[in-house]
Design a protein around this ligand. Structure first.
Ligand code: SF4
Length: 694
């Protein structure tokens, strides 16, 4: 037992990790943070937390943090510590010269879902208002961009439709491509509570995740599909519902476009979507598909929760649309206890998308081609906005390799480690003439950087994060930035060094600008957040207290839209050389590439990634539990230890991607979602063979 004493003061703030957005009391003695206590009035967590939020904050004071700006002429030279003034002048001069030489659209920005709304808003404003182009993207590109497309097309806005409270009113739940126990633990606890009260569960996942069977919980159906076949499985559920007449016709007639529904019904009734045909494609027994469909259609209020196992596929957007179709078909949108909910991996994925970080959308999901939308921002910013959508991250890298994209400001994102096809990312970065990395640590991307600007942690920030239920939570400064400046200040200094005249003195002014330009945030201010604790957007004159449930009286787009979802097999094929399918996920105690969690001693008990492999597949390869194995794909290879388990089906292997030594993205391919370029991380054909070690 460690005696921490009575804290002298505390500050209420929001977790730096997943999209649940738990509130914490950061307790301090002097300037020392002594513990993070889950805040009982936090509306997303109500006093609960997981191990990451509670204990994994040591990275904020870790000796690896870089606290002084650095520059170098070329990446083969050593870093040189310089003043902030010199670093910003160096960065601004280089970026300006690149634009003079190669054109206005030769530079861009990438922002992070771990930065605040105010910070991401300023980074996209830097691209649009100072660089004068729309080359702005965010790490949501590699996780939930298909959510933006799919829910935008069908419902009219890119956001989960329910609040977390709603799970306590649901009767039947589909969890597809998500493992909430590890990825979204506090939400998982609320879901499990409801399941213990009798709600039914259908799990669609290649792996037998904890929810399939754990203490006092057993899923009614686990559909262990072959990786890459989500669309076929979800379409089969809809096929059963339509052909057996189990859909909610009154709801569809009232709330959805009836003509489009009829086209969809014709399409989905085709025998190629039947459970029997689907079994051949997916490996899921037809009787289980049929039974799961009947349960979802007739079991009462139905909710669907999904994660990156849905989006990170070549048909990620199609699966999101298929899920939306299924929800509309059964009348499961717009009431308490029903809905479609993307479980967002990072604390501010929702917010980064809301704030206009995508190259085609201004804040509030409004297309940059719309003159009336551009005019709002042109008036507010005093600039002319480029009407042409900009480059997505993979297009920036392609253009860099081709020689037309030359400079990048990358805030809070390690694209070399987190983006697919590591060799291509490296080639793109190496071809640029100015890479500015703004981060806590000298990450892998910084190996290719010319300027390093030290970043600040969530404990040093003032601002807001928006969680997976659209809840805007305050992030409050617990300690002064150890690097001297908050991230929003650094972006402002860079903008001004390039000739802008920004003069924000506090993030509250940035939020006021967001509210003035973005209708769904019109009622949001720090005063409102202090008064109410948090609010869920839309928050405006019509909804002054925010909007816990969306699409209650009608869809945001008017009528809900059914769209046909043809299953198209991924181009990533197994064969004699690569006969297994690799899929990936994460564990409770680690977070993404581990930059934060691996630097916190408390949660470092999982010290390596392992490869889960079925006993049969291990035996035929002569692999024993704990052995080092070589994992190879068409893209590359790595080595890690094997864990033999029947959690995975024969023919499927699974690993996490928390440790740089594993380099899981050396293995993954460059296939991506057809609509959004979200990488297909979840399906890679691989071979496993014994190895002597890394
Ligand atoms: Fe943080 Fe998510 Fe854990 Fe809550 S559930 S403490 S938001 S990591």
């Amino acid at each position: 037992i460690i005696e921490l004493g009575t804290p002298e003061r505390s500050v209420i703030t929001t977790c730096a990790y997943c999209g649940v957005g738990c509130s914490f009391k950061a307790e301090l003695n002097g300037d020392d943070l002594v513990r993070m206590v889950p805040y009982k009035h936090g509306k997303a967590n109500r006093g609960h937390s997981c191990v990451k939020g509670r204990f994994a904050y040591g990275y904020a004071t870790h000796s690896d943090r870089i606290l002084n700006p650095m520059i170098r002429d070329s990446v083969d030279q050593p870093w040189q510590e310089v003043s902030w003034d010199e670093a910003l002048r160096f960065a601004a001069d280089r970026m300006r010269r690149l634009q003079e030489k190669y054109g206005r659209r030769s530079i861009g920005v990438i922002t992070s879902s771990r930065c605040t709304n105010e910070e991401t808003y300023l980074v996209q404003k830097l691209a649009r208002g100072v660089f004068m182009n729309n080359n702005t993207d965010t790490c949501a590109r590699v996780c939930h961009s298909p959510t933006g497309y799919g829910l935008g097309q069908t419902f009219g806005t890119s956001a989960g439709t329910q609040d977390f409270d709603s799970v306590e009113h649901t009767d039947v739940v589909i969890v597809i491509g998500a493992n909430p126990t590890d990825g979204h633990p506090v939400f998982a606890s609320r879901l499990k509570k409801r399941l213990r009260q009798g709600a039914k569960l259908i799990v669609i996942d290649p792996r037998r995740i904890d929810l399939v069977k754990s203490a006092h919980i057993a899923a009614s159906h686990h559909l262990p599909l072959r990786p890459g076949t989500n669309v076929a499985v979800v379409s089969a559920l809809s096929h059963v519902i339509v052909t057996e007449g189990l859909m909610d016709e009154a709801y569809i007639r009232e709330r959805c476009d009836w003509d489009e529904f009829q086209d969809y019904a014709d399409f989905i009734s085709d025998p190629r979507h039947s459970p029997e045909a689907t079994e051949l494609l997916t490996g899921v027994p037809s009787q289980d598909l049929r039974a799961a469909a009947r349960l979802f259609a007739t079991g009462g209020k139905g909710s669907i929760y999904y994660g990156l196992g849905v989006t990170e596929h070549s048909q990620g957007s199609t699966t999101v649309i298929a899920i939306a179709n299924l929800a509309m078909l059964t009348g499961n949108i717009g009431r308490k206890g029903v809905g479609v909910n993307p479980l967002r991996g990072q604390n501010n994925v929702q917010g980064a998308c809301d704030m206009g970080s995508f190259p085609h959308e201004l804040p509030g999901y409004r297309h940059v081609k719309g003159p009336e939308v551009r005019e709002i921002f042109e008036k507010a910013w005093g600039v002319t906005i480029d009407p042409e959508p900009g480059l997505r991250i993979p297009n920036m890298l392609d253009a860099a390799v081709e020689g037309t994209f030359k400079g990048l400001y990358c805030q809070g994102e390690d694209i070399l480690q987190s983006d697919p096809d590591t060799h291509h990312v490296a080639a793109g970065l190496a071809a640029m003439e100015c890479v500015i990395v703004h981060d806590l640590f000298l990450n892998e991307t910084a190996n290719y950087a010319h300027v390093f600007l030290p970043g600040s942690t969530f404990l040093e920030k003032d601002g807001t994060f928006t969680n997976a239920e659209r809840r805007i939570n305050r992030v409050r400064k617990v300690m002064a930035p150890r690097n001297g400046y908050g991230d929003w200040e650094v972006t402002q200094l860079l903008a001004n060094a390039m000739g802008a005249n920004w003069h924000y003195t506090h993030p509250t002014q940035i939020m006021d600008e967001i509210a003035a330009t973005t209708p769904s945030f019109a009622g949001v201010s720090y005063e409102v957040l202090e008064e109410k604790g948090s609010v869920q957007w839309p928050c405006n004159e019509e909804h002054p207290d925010g909007t816990p449930l969306m699409h209650v009286d009608g869809f945001m787009r008017g009528k809900g839209r059914f769209i046909v979802t043809e299953y198209v097999a991924t181009d990533e094929k197994t064969g004699p050389r690569f006969p297994l399918l690799l899929t990936t996920g994460r564990i409770l105690s680690q977070y993404n590439v581990g930059a934060q969690t691996r630097r916190t001693a408390n949660v470092a008990w999982h010290d390596q990634d392992v490869l889960e492999i079925h006993p049969h597949d291990a035996e035929v390869r002569g692999v024993n539990d704990g052995d080092f194995i070589r994992l190879a794909s068409r893209a590359g290879e790595t080595a890690l230890r094997a864990k033999i388990t029947d959690r995975v089906s024969p023919g499927v292997v699974y690993t996490t991607f928390h440790h740089p030594d594993t380099q899981a993205n050396v293995i993954t391919t460059d296939f991506s979602d057809w609509a959004t370029n979200c990488p297909e991380y979840k399906v890679t054909a691989v071979q496993v063979s014994p190895s002597n070690g890394p």
